[in-house]
Ligand binder design. Structure first.
Ligand SMILES: NC(=O)c1ccc[n+]([C@@H]2O[C@H](COP(=O)([O-])OP(=O)(O)OC[C@H]3O[C@@H](n4cnc5c(N)ncnc54)[C@H](OP(=O)(O)O)[C@@H]3O)[C@@H](O)[C@H]2O)c1
Length: 290
């Protein structure tokens, strides 16, 4: 792999881990951060701190961003938009698909090429082979920088639409955050009953470990629009979720999360889905509640 010069903007926990990975592979890294002191340790490890955004952009053709959101990108790059011409911007900051498309247009308007990245790893996983990042944008731009981007983990190129990487990233987080909250809710109910998170761990892990089989069984049926209730029926599911809500209420625990689930199940029942599989709730979720 050729060792490249690159500029890295945004030195939160994620940006710091990424810069360390590049320095570890011998890349020459110019850094810039709004709070300059966050660069101190990286400079001691070999990074070069640019005195301004303009200098940071002038230093390298390849410019990586790891910021809280896209507004931060405009706040930073808007300080020296004339320095964007001829640069390749790889924005590894979380935001929505639509904002990613607008950011790509904005960058193109200033003469820069643009890739969106969606990072599927905690900072501790950066550089590990099992971590990966979704990318989207022009394929030739991705191909030109793929080897360098692989320093921070695997690459999964999703297509030319700059919104796609953000979309796949948000789909993962849609699953991750609701799953995390459901686990915390179960821990709250457990603790209210004198059961610790450690006691629950093997059972919570077992439930989550069964999910790939569950998803694997239902995915082809979802794609075929088959919601047949031969294995389980929504009428059973609504009673089951009702018991979850009641168990939480009896424990004196917040019921907002399972109550929201119950509400969707009830909308499915009202739509005449009682005899269908609970996966028929997909049809309910496709539209906002009236
Ligand atoms: N951390 C994770 O576990 C994780 C995992 C996957 C993906 N991500 C994504 O990776 C990105 C970076 O994560 P992080 O944990 O490093 O985020 P962070 O702690 O929010 O740090 C983000 C960086 O954004 C800068 N920033 C924010 N608003 C700014 C503004 N208006 N103007 C200039 N700079 C601004 C911060 O500068 P200052 O230092 O000056 O505040 C900092 O350098 C995020 O989009 C996050 O969603 C994070």
């Amino acid at each position: 792999m050729s060792r490249q010069e690159l500029t890295f903007i945004g030195l939160g926990p994620m940006g710091q881990a990424m810069v360390r990975a590049f320095l570890g592979k011998g890349h020459r890294v110019t850094v810039w951060n709004r709070t300059a002191s966050r660069a101190d340790a990286l400079v001691a490890e070999g990074a070069v701190l640019a005195p301004s955004v303009r200098d940071a952009l002038a230093a390298s053709e390849l410019v990586l961003l790891s910021l809280t959101d896209h507004q931060a990108m405009y706040d930073i790059l808007g300080q020296a938009p004339e320095a964007l011409a001829g640069r390749t911007i790889v924005n590894l900051s979380s935001d929505t698909p639509d904002k990613s498309r607008r950011a790509a247009e904005w960058a193109a308007g200033h003469g820069a090429r643009y890739l969106t990245g969606g990072v599927n790893s905690a900072p501790s996983g950066i550089g590990a082979p099992e971590s990966f990042t979704f990318y989207s944008g022009p394929e030739d731009v991705f191909a030109a920088h793929k080897d360098t981007l692989e320093v921070i983990g695997g690459t999964d190129y999703r297509g030319a639409d700059p919104g796609l990487a953000a979309l796949f990233y948000q789909l993962q987080l849609d699953i991750f955050w609701t799953t995390t909250l459901s686990w915390l809710h179960a821990v709250a109910v457990a603790e209210a009953n004198g059961i610790t998170a450690a006691d629950l761990l093997p059972y919570a892990s077992g439930t989550l470990a069964s999910m790939p089989d569950f998803l694997g069984f239902y995915t082809p049926r979802l794609d075929a629009g088959n919601f047949s209730g031969e294995v389980e029926r929504l009428s059973m599911g609504v009673a089951s979720v009702d018991h979850v809500v009641e168990t939480a209420r009896d424990a004196g625990v917040d019921t907002a999360l399972p109550a929201a689930v119950l509400e969707v199940f009830r909308r499915g029942m009202a739509a005449g889905r009682a005899g269908d599989s609970a996966t028929s709730l997909l049809e309910i979720l496709k539209r906002p509640a009236a």
